[in-house]
Design a protein around this ligand. Structure first.
Ligand SMILES: Nc1nc2c(ncn2[C@@H]2O[C@H](COP(=O)(O)OP(=O)(O)OP(=O)(O)O)[C@@H](O)[C@H]2O)c(=O)[nH]1
Length: 207
């Protein structure tokens, strides 16, 4: 897929104010600082579209970006920000879980995992929750340029093994780097394929 246009549409803290669910959308989520904004910028080819920063936990809203005028990238707040208060974490859980569980037009959750790390409990738990809810998701291993491909493969194998404790099969995965654009074309092709089969879901427009 060629990305011809990518524009920021809205930031939300309320599910009721999200755009109508009439276009396919893909939610990008992961631990704070996993490289989510960088990946979104790489996919869209727009450097400043999603803000990148070295301060973990900066993204706190649900951000919708409209791509080629016919599908959305949804930038979700990062989870597992160590310095967030308990109340904030609980709010995050409720808000994001509601969005993921109820959003009619959500096609796939792109779960970003830092390829440099051994399997992290919080990532596995999140995948388990998605599995319990029957939500479609893929794994996107980020920052692959930061170490050898052997090391990346080892960490991915460990992650897959950890997932097999609860899943019969491991979901599809992508290896990416926002530095080298590794994985960009594969993710866009994956999305393009799903978009072709999208049918507008039934939904109740707000009164
Ligand atoms: N070398 C390398 N650095 C990366 C890559 N992706 C992200 N980074 C760096 O990692 C840091 C965090 O990246 P962001 O894209 O801001 O991460 P984020 O997940 O959006 O962060 P939050 O907004 O805190 O959730 C920045 O310093 C990026 O430049 C990558 O693929 N390779």
């Amino acid at each position: 897929m060629i990305v011809k246009s990518a524009e920021f549409i809205c930031s939300n803290t309320q599910i009721s104010k999200l755009p109508p669910p009439v276009k396919p959308e893909y939610a990008f989520i992961g631990r704070s600082n996993v490289g989510k904004s960088s990946l979104i910028n790489t996919l869209t080819g727009k450097k400043g579209l999603a803000k990148t920063s070295q301060t973990p936990g900066k993204t706190q809203l649900i951000n919708h970006f409209l791509i080629n005028e016919n599908w959305y990238i949804v930038d979700l707040p990062g989870y597992g920000y160590a310095r967030a208060s308990k109340a904030n974490k609980a709010n995050w859980d409720k808000f994001i879980h509601t969005y993921l569980d109820k959003r009619e037009s959500l096609q796939c959750v792109m779960v970003l995992i830092d390829s440099r790390l051994e399997p992290q409990k919080i990532d596995i738990e999140f995948c388990n929750w998605l599995g319990e809810k029957g939500l479609s998701f893929v794994l996107v291993f980020t920052k692959a340029d930061k170490q050898s491909s052997v090391k990346t493969d080892q960490n991915i194998a460990k992650f897959r093994k950890a997932m097999l404790a609860t899943f019969d099969e491991v979901p599809q995965f992508f290896i990416t780097s926002s530095e080298t654009q590794l994985g960009r074309d594969e993710i866009l092709a994956f999305i393009s394929n799903i978009n072709q089969h999208f049918e507008v879901p039934f939904f109740n427009p707000p009164a």
